[in-house]
Design a protein around this ligand. Structure first.
Ligand code: COA
Length: 257
């Protein structure tokens, strides 16, 4: 159990709140495991019609906890959560304010509706950290916002502001004030829909689950290699030491030919 994920079921909604504000809601293995378990239980619980994600403090989520990335098997709980959210059969809504970094952005690609406050900022700085995209974002982000913008996000790590994210199609709507109430209202509306028609609509809209599963396999293998590589180690250490990273340039054998 961790107190860093708050769970409550009310009005047919499972609310999962990232609650580690002192660390900007960076996700630890315990937090991923709590959310994975909560989703599994919600999938079997007829009283839950939809899930609502939100974050406490001044931002939604600072991504994976970088200290955890430095531990052996440091991404395994994250990968299990990503598999769970990518297959979850009930509708999911997110209320995003402030920073949404890394998995804080890529998990949104699996949500049905994403509402953002005007200060929301979405970034996926995987390459900057010596890593590669996860959560099938290498497939879903270019599909969602186009290759040009996805390249700026996934390669350069450039953020999208709330309005840009709305215009690009990453965000359903920007909500100025009462973000959480608005998102909860939409989650309630989804929970009140006929469940079979809603589930069938979601399945049709999401298309080929195999393509996502295969992309997750490919990403996980590359991610696992990158995570223990020299570039990631330097990037993580630099972050924790609050300094700029320095990367050595080396020949890229067998790449780009
Ligand atoms: N992992 C571990 N600790 C993290 C963290 C993360 N992903 N993100 C933030 N923290 C910690 C900071 O180290 C700091 O800890 P300290 O108070 O003990 O020094 C605390 O949370 C507050 O973060 P800080 O950087 O001071 O807040 P900020 O408001 O200036 O910036 C962010 C917020 C999210 C922009 C910034 O924290 C950040 O870039 N985090 C890393 C994001 C990242 O690269 N995630 C991994 C993606 S794969």
């Amino acid at each position: 159990m961790t107190e860093d994920i708050q769970q409550r079921v009310a009005d047919d909604i499972l609310e999962l709140t990232l609650a580690r504000p002192a660390k900007k809601n960076a996700l630890t293995a315990a937090m991923y495991e709590a959310m994975t378990r909560a989703l599994a239980a919600a999938g079997d619980d007829d009283s839950v019609g939809a899930v609502l994600f939100s974050g406490e403090g001044d931002g939604f989520c600072a991504g994976n906890d970088i200290n955890d990335f430095l531990k052996p098997g440091g991404a395994e709980a994250a990968m299990r959560f990503i598999r769970a959210i990518s297959r979850f059969a009930k509708p999911m809504v997110a209320a995003v304010h402030g920073q949404a970094v890394g998995v804080g952005t890529t998990m949104l690609l699996h949500c049905d509706l994403v509402y953002a406050s005007p200060d929301a900022r979405f970034s996926t700085p995987f390459a900057k950290l010596g890593l590669v995209p996860e959560a099938a974002s290498s497939l879903l982000l270019p599909q969602r916002i186009g290759m040009a913008r996805a390249s700026a996000m996934l390669l350069l790590g450039e953020p999208l502001g709330a309005r840009e994210a709305e215009a690009a199609g990453l965000v359903t709507a920007v909500v100025d004030g009462a973000l959480h109430d608005h998102a909860r209202e939409k989650a309630r509306a989804l929970a009140a829909m006929p469940p079979r028609a809603l589930a069938a609509s979601r399945a049709l809209m999401r298309g080929d689950g195999q393509a996502i599963a295969q992309r997750l396999d490919a990403e996980e293998a590359t991610f696992a290699d990158a995570l223990v590589g020299a570039e990631a180690k330097e990037a993580f250490t630099a972050f924790l030491e609050k300094r700029a990273p320095v990367f050595a340039r080396a020949p890229l054998s067998g790449q780009g030919t």
